[in-house]
Design a protein around this ligand. Structure first.
Ligand SMILES: [Mg+2]
Length: 293
């Protein structure tokens, strides 16, 4: 997993800038510089310096002298118990001001180009979108932006660049870095404000649960209707049977009554017809009750 880093400019950010420092004795740490770097490291950041040193191309000092200057800077930091994870510099410069032909060229390493930051990220395993570039010039900010870092300009906004933040000292810049430590990576800030992508699997599962709820409800209603229908049938069945039984009893009585009038053929026949009719009604009632069950 890539690390979070803070890439620092050198001159006027960590050390004072009297102009083209060629002598280790000219190196002086700015107030709060060592404490700032210490705090960043304690917060888990990798800390490296990325610095344009066109003084090499201009013939002001050699790379060997530059190495001595950097050794002195690290020595002063060590005295305060602080260590850097790396120092990257660009000795190149394009144009006629570059007196040393070997270093006269347009280089992607020279800020505001992002090359030096990209090399640092590669060597130190940094996630640039979770890293910061801090410096006192527009070149620092632009290089940081081009590399995909968050940027802090030390000083005032100047219209030449568009830093994420400005701070009037390295210590204040570190306050900002620490305060925004858990922000989304650069370029993904909108993710925190946007609704989360629709989880189709979850949505379908919820839909299935809702559908199952409806099925369960309909099943309950159907069962309830069936129970009600069975109960109704049972009641109908009882009424029909009772009516059939009573009618049949009445038919038997009327039949007996007809036999008592046997001597009067017409009356007996009338009573037998009535008994037969009642028997027919009783049978109809029984048949109906049988069909409904
Ligand atoms: Mg500077």
């Amino acid at each position: 997993m890539a690390l979070r880093g803070v890439l620092l400019d050198r001159d006027n950010t960590i050390i004072a800038d009297p102009g083209y420092i060629d002598d280790p004795d000219l190196v002086t740490l700015l107030p709060g510089a060592a404490d700032s770097i210490r705090r960043l490291r304690e917060e888990g950041f990798t800390v490296a310096v990325v610095t344009n040193q066109s003084g090499v191309a201009r013939g002001k000092f050699t790379e060997e002298q530059l190495a001595d200057v950097h050794e002195r800077m690290e020595e002063l930091l060590h005295e305060q118990g602080v260590q850097l994870d790396g120092i990257y510099y660009c000795p190149y410069l394009d144009g006629s001001e570059a007196k040393v032909k070997k270093y006269r060229k347009a280089s992607n390493l020279r800020k505001p180009e992002p090359g030096m930051l990209l090399v640092a990220a590669e060597e130190l395993d940094l996630s640039l979108s979770e890293s910061w570039m801090v410096g006192d010039s527009s070149r620092d900010v632009i290089a940081g932006e081009r590399a995909g870092c968050r940027t802090i300009l030390l000083g005032d906004r100047n219209g030449e660049c568009d830093p994420d933040y400005v701070a009037d000292s390295l210590e204040k810049a570190v306050d900002l870095v620490v305060a925004h430590k858990d922000d989304p990576p650069k370029g993904h800030e909108e993710d925190a404000d946007q609704p989360k992508p629709v989880d189709m699997g979850k949505m379908m599962a919820e839909q299935a649960v809702r559908e199952q709820d409806v099925v369960d409800l309909l099943t309950d209603i159907r069962d309830s209707l069936r129970r009600h229908e069975r109960k109704q049938r049972h009641e109908d069945f009882s009424v029909l049977r009772l009516a059939g039984t009573l009618t049949q009893m009445l038919a038997l009585i009327v039949g007996g009554w007809g036999m008592m009038a046997f001597s009067d053929t017409a009356t007996a026949l009338t009573r037998f017809v009535l008994a037969g009719f009642l028997q027919l009604v009783a049978l109809t009632a029984f048949v109906c009750s049988e069909k409904r069950t």
